[in-house]
Ligand binder design. Structure first.
Ligand SMILES: Nc1nc2c(ncn2[C@@H]2O[C@H](COP(=O)(O)OP(=O)(O)OP(=O)(O)O)[C@@H](O)[C@H]2O)c(=O)[nH]1
Ligand SMILES: [Mg+2]
Length: 186
């Protein structure tokens, strides 16, 4: 089972992404930050693993999607309002146990400072493969989305996927990235 954790500040669209991937309304979505209170897990599908990767026999592996509570307040460098210190720590442990992390950024808010630090910790200390997604690009002018792409490229040292879960732009690219990283999951 390859675990895929969807993380980000409150209200970035984590649960919307979980539902879009599953094609079902599993996780509650609302415009109020702090909707998801804990950890929601659901098997997603199967990916084919080439023989040369992961194990010598190759085969198929199942993906487990993990929707998480917003880690930070969107406006401040504070932990998410529904998370006690204990829950915050438990959530970080869950994320450390994931094979792939999807770091979601809200295009209307930009890169969150707390998430930036966590990104570095996960990438360099825990060696997690991270997919960075800038969501809600339907809400900002194209130039703003491209500007954010450059900021993310520079600050997180990787190429983000520009996504809208309203128009579904970028969704295929995200699926391809998931398939790609699943091949390398330990
Ligand atoms: N315009 C637009 N709205 C979006 C998009 N993705 C999500 N939303 C909206 O953003 C709001 C927050 O979405 P959620 O999926 O609940 O966000 P979340 O990250 O799970 O939020 P918390 O659980 O509170 O941390 C909802 O009103 C969604 O409908 C998008 O791509 N474009
Ligand atoms: Mg949620």
């Amino acid at each position: 089972m390859i675990k895929v954790a969807i993380i980000g500040a409150e209200n970035v669209g984590k649960s919307t992404l979980m539902n879009a991937l599953l094609g079902e309304k599993i996780s509650e979505v609302s415009e109020v930050p702090g909707t998801t209170k804990g950890i929601i897990k659901r098997a997603f599908g199967k990916v084919k693993i080439p023989k040369t990767m992961k194990n010598p026999i190759g085969g198929v592996d199942e993906l487990l999607l993990i929707d998480t509570a917003g880690l930070f307040d969107p406006e401040m460098e504070l932990r998410g309002k529904v998370l006690s210190e204990e829950k915050f720590k438990a959530l970080l442990e869950e994320i450390q146990g994931a094979d792939i992390v999807i770091h979601m950024i809200d295009a209307t808010k930009g890169l969150h400072r707390g998430m930036e630090k966590l990104h570095y910790l996960l990438k360099f200390r825990y060696e997690k493969p991270i997919i960075v997604v800038i969501n809600k690009i339907d809400l900002v002018p194209r130039e703003k989305a491209e500007e954010l792409r450059l900021i993310v490229r520079k600050r997180l040292e990787q190429e983000p996927i520009l996504l809208s879960l309203v128009t579904m732009e970028g969704f295929d690219e995200l699926l391809r990235a998931l398939g790609h990283y699943a091949q390398y999951a330990k």
